[in-house]
Design a protein around this ligand. Sequence first.
Ligand code: ADP
Length: 226
Amino acid sequence: MPETLKRNIVMMGAPGSGKGTQSAVLSEKLGINAFSMGDILRGVARGTDEEARQVKALIDKGNMVPDQLAIRLMEKELFKPENQNGYILDGFPRELSQAKALDKALNSRKYAKYNMGIDLVLLLQVPDDYVIDRIIGRYACAKCHTLYHEKFKQPHVFGICDVCGGKEFTRRADDTFETVVSRLRLFRRVTAPVIPYYEMKGLLVCVDGTGPIDVVSEKIRKIVGY
Ligand code: ADP
């Protein structure tokens, strides 16, 4: 691997800006895992215990789960041996306290030898009206979670997942107009303060996320250096 290749990557942007889509591309190209806090949380929400019920109630309303829980679940995932070679964090951290807690964990003495510190933070910039359009039309394969869009990214054969051949698709319960508007507000109020934090550390690179998926991927390829 060349020295300049960025392997420990945080993907930031408003809901619907394309984080999941571009994380999946990077994950495949770099051969490392991408984690969406949302996917981890939806996994927990499928359980039947009290924690599952609470998480489900929060995400259905478009709210965030408590910091401590989010950090605990993320750390558990990140420090699995298969992720010590690089990772892509899709939509995490979502607030400043999480960003600080994450740095603390990644730079802790226990993990110092793995060089887990963040190399690059990509900020996907997309205006609100694009984001609303993208979220309302979003759906995913029920089996392998590959993302699609009614207008922008249908499977090659209608009704059949390109990746796994699955024929069932799902939509997120929180992908409605009302929750998108509330998630956009939440992003501005709670997540946006993370941007200057990474900028001060010299890690932030802004990417215009308005073009077609492969155009945005190409911009990211140049920045990451693969
Ligand atoms: P996020 O993870 O930031 O919430 P997603 O990656 O899920 O955003 O993208 C939201 C929806 O928009 C998905 O259905 C995806 O297929 C579609 N999408 C992503 N990037 C683009 C793009 N550059 N142009 C058009 N549609 C896109």
